[in-house]
Design a binder for this molecule. Structure first.
Ligand SMILES: *[C@@H]1O[C@H](CO)[C@@H](O)[C@H](O)[C@H]1NC(C)=O
Ligand SMILES: *[C@@H]1O[C@H](CO)[C@@H](O)[C@H](O)[C@H]1NC(C)=O
Ligand SMILES: *[C@@H]1O[C@H](CO)[C@@H](O)[C@H](O)[C@H]1NC(C)=O
Length: 308
């Protein structure tokens, strides 16, 4: 009984694999590959940084590349690493050219959700600028990262985590893929974007950290307006903002792009070093799963549907 069953199973898997690769091929041939992270317009570099106001971020980017940045000076009464920045205009995002908007194809759900997050922030800023004393905004990086491996159950754990009243995502998406795909272009070749890679390499790499910080602006406002009193009767803002791109655990494939790793045969620095350097108190939650259980889940998602 056992052997025929095993053989049938393998034949079935083979057949499914064959059919699915055909499907993917057909989709590609028609130029209709649906994907999570389609790249829209990657030939232009980030114009935002030409503004002097963004010198802070430009310097930060340079120092990250050299691995000699100091921890970001954060406000002590916030759980999330946040800092204070002046706010002069209600729309600090040139929406059409924002890196996170350009990164996704037009009208995908994920792109719309990024767009909506920025629109929400702009509405908040307009409101804040009505009062003279409110000409500032909070800027934040994540308090926690949920990382792991694909098909490892991270989405399920993510839902449980952010159902806690003091934990939140960016509002745009669980996975922001800044440190792997967006900043360094990691994994894009494996995902079938080889043809874009040459262009990506020609673009400004690394892509500015400012674009990432922008994503947390609208939740930062929630964080600012929520506080509790600590034991000493001082205000404390207890909400922790997080991000859940599982690939951060493994996808630092383009480590050679990091200036401090240049010319080395193996990485001296990986993402963990960068996160610790910038936000030393960051919390990392890792979820792993038995590979045998991941296999059928991965087969279903990556091979049997033309979406990847
Ligand atoms: C890409 O960006 C440039 C400059 O922002 C713009 O002129 C061009 O039309 C864009 N291309 C597409 C396909 O959106
Ligand atoms: C941010 O800076 C402004 C202007 O200096 C100040 O009024 C405001 O209280 C500061 N906010 C925080 C949270 O420190
Ligand atoms: C990369 O940039 C250089 C100089 O700007 C240009 O000559 C070259 O054609 C670009 N390559 C690609 C693949 O866009």
């Amino acid at each position: 009984m056992f052997k025929p069953c095993l053989v049938t199973f393998f034949l079935l898997i083979l057949a499914l694999y064959f059919i699915s690769s055909l499907t993917i091929h057909v989709y590609k041939a028609k130029g209709k590959v649906k994907c999570r992270h389609c790249i829209l317009n990657i030939t232009t570099s980030e114009k935002v940084l030409q503004n002097n106001e963004h010198n802070f971020y430009r310097t930060l980017d340079e120092r990250i590349e050299k691995m000699d940045a100091d921890p970001i000076q954060v406000l002590p009464d916030y759980r999330t690493p946040c800092w204070n920045e002046s706010l002069t205009v209600p729309d600090p995002y040139p929406l059409g050219t924002h890196l996170y908007i350009r990164f996704f194809s037009k009208n995908t759900k994920v792109r719309r959700s990024f767009q909506q997050t920025f629109e929400k922030s702009i509405a908040i800023f307009k409101n804040r600028l009505k009062t003279r004393s409110n000409k500032w905004r909070l800027r934040c990086l994540p308090f926690f990262y949920l990382i792991g491996i694909n098909r490892g159950g991270s989405t399920s754990l993510w839902s449980s985590l952010i159902s806690h009243p003091q934990l939140m995502g960016s509002g745009a998406a669980k996975e922001l893929h800044y440190w792997d795909e967006v900043r360094y272009g990691a994994g894009l070749e494996e995902m079938g974007y080889g043809q874009y890679l040459a262009l990506i390499r020609n673009d400004t790499i690394p892509r500015p950290i400012k674009s990432y910080v922008d994503l947390f602006d609208s939740v930062a406002e929630t964080l600012r307006s929520t506080h509790v009193m600590d034991r000493n009767g001082r205000k404390f803002h207890p909400i922790g903002i997080g991000e859940g791109s599982p690939n951060y655990l493994t996808d630092f494939g383009n480590w050679k792009v990091l200036e401090a790793n240049k010319g080395l045969s193996e990485p001296k620095y990986i993402l963990a070093h960068i996160l610790k350097m910038l936000t030393p108190r960051v919390k990392i939650v890792v979820i792993l799963r038995d590979p045998i259980e991941r296999c059928p889940s991965g087969t279903l998602v990556y091979f049997l549907t033309p979406i990847f």
